[in-house]
Design a protein around this ligand. Structure first.
Ligand SMILES: CCC[C@@H](CC(=O)O)C(=O)C(=O)O
Ligand SMILES: [Zn+2]
Length: 331
């Protein structure tokens, strides 16, 4: 039986699965606290409970969204397990043996609601993950316009983030898990309904988390299954140490670019609703300062892998090429 541990969102406490790695709690700071500003400026995660980023969506629930979201299509993922491990369809041809970890389908919101209800009986889980776009109804537009754009745009400017790329609506069933991965964007993650556990690791943990190669469909995703870690294949995973928190309605979590995160919908309210605010990263500084920081090194490793895969013009040749270059020479 797996052990559990208790975690709080500052108001309630939750029994959550205990993994093999140690974690520290992510600080929870008021948006008026200078230390909160400092953490964002320094690319460190922070939970912000009082910024009211999506307070205008506090009344969002499945029924309200069903009645107001409009007749657009919503990308929905289906998984026979709790895990929703993202993959890039366009990279599937690069790995012939790749088995898709989940299915995807574009549904109307009405179909999605039916799937959620039917899925429960058929043991299939679903996760709606769709960029909010112009197809939404006028009430959702008004809620969207009511987001605290002053605060988040001020953060974008003072931290020299790039442009806002999208706001993604996430509706997951309780118990759904997005396995550990990193994104190449800054993210203010706003929790609207229900509770989510976030486990984060800094970019320095790259060696301990063994991401798939960049040409692999699961680029940016760790190969390590937290529930059943293969310590033979991934020995450095023993050294992983992370940070974690629980976010509840109204909380915003700043997830810095290149920080790894695993996200678990806490089995308490039936489902969870979240909205992401993704921004392109800071522009490359004119004058590079040394030593390079961890996320610059991750960006470098990504570029080198992409260049080698492109130059060989055959992804199947990359593993041997990389091993010939490193094993016995840099080990
Ligand atoms: C598609 C985005 C999913 C989200 C995790 C989650 O809420 O399950 C995440 O990984 C992020 O916001 O970066
Ligand atoms: Zn992510």
């Amino acid at each position: 039986m797996s052990q559990t541990t208790r975690l709080t969102d500052g108001r309630k406490s939750f029994e959550v699965k205990k993994y093999t790695f140690a974690t520290e709690v992510i600080p929870r700071l008021s948006c008026h606290d200078p230390e909160c500003e400092e953490r964002i400026a320094n690319g460190l995660p922070v939970v912000i409970p009082d910024v009211n980023l999506v307070a205008s969506a506090r009344h969002w629930n499945i029924d309200y969204l069903h009645d107001n979201i409009g007749d657009g299509k919503f990308m929905t993922y289906f998984s026979s397990s709790k895990k929703f491990k993202y993959y890039d369809d366009k990279k599937c041809p690069n790995v012939k043996s790749f088995k898709k970890p989940m299915e995807q389908e574009e549904l109307t919101f009405d179909d999605f609601v039916q799937k959620i209800n039917k899925g429960k009986s058929k043991g299939q889980r679903c996760y709606l993950q769709q960029t909010l776009n112009e197809t939404v109804g006028k009430n959702i537009v008004s809620d969207f316009l009511g987001f605290n754009w002053n605060w988040v745009t001020a953060q974008q400017k003072k931290n020299s983030f790039g442009p806002l790329t999208n706001n993604m609506l996430l509706i997951g069933q309780e118990g759904n898990i997005t396995p550990v991965h990193y994104d190449e964007q800054e993210n203010f993650f706003a929790q609207v309904y229900g509770y989510k556990r976030f486990i984060l690791f800094p970019p320095e943990e790259f060696p301990n988390l063994y991401p798939h190669p960049t040409y692999h469909p699961c680029d940016r995703q760790s190969q390590v299954d937290f529930d059943n870690a293969d310590f033979e294949k991934f020995p450095k995973f023993r050294n992983a140490t992370g940070f974690e928190t629980i976010v509840g309605p109204g909380d915003v979590l700043y997830i810095p670019i290149y920080w790894w995160h695993q996200v678990e919908s806490i089995p308490i309210e039936g489902h969870t609703i979240s909205v992401t605010f993704w921004y392109k990263g800071r522009p490359t500084p004119e004058k590079v300062t040394y030593p390079l920081n961890a996320h610059q090194k991750v960006a470098m490793m990504r570029n080198i892998e992409k260049m080698i895969a492109q130059a060989l013009n055959n992804p199947d040749e990359v593993p041997e090429f990389m091993q010939n270059m490193v094993l016995g020479r840099y080990t």
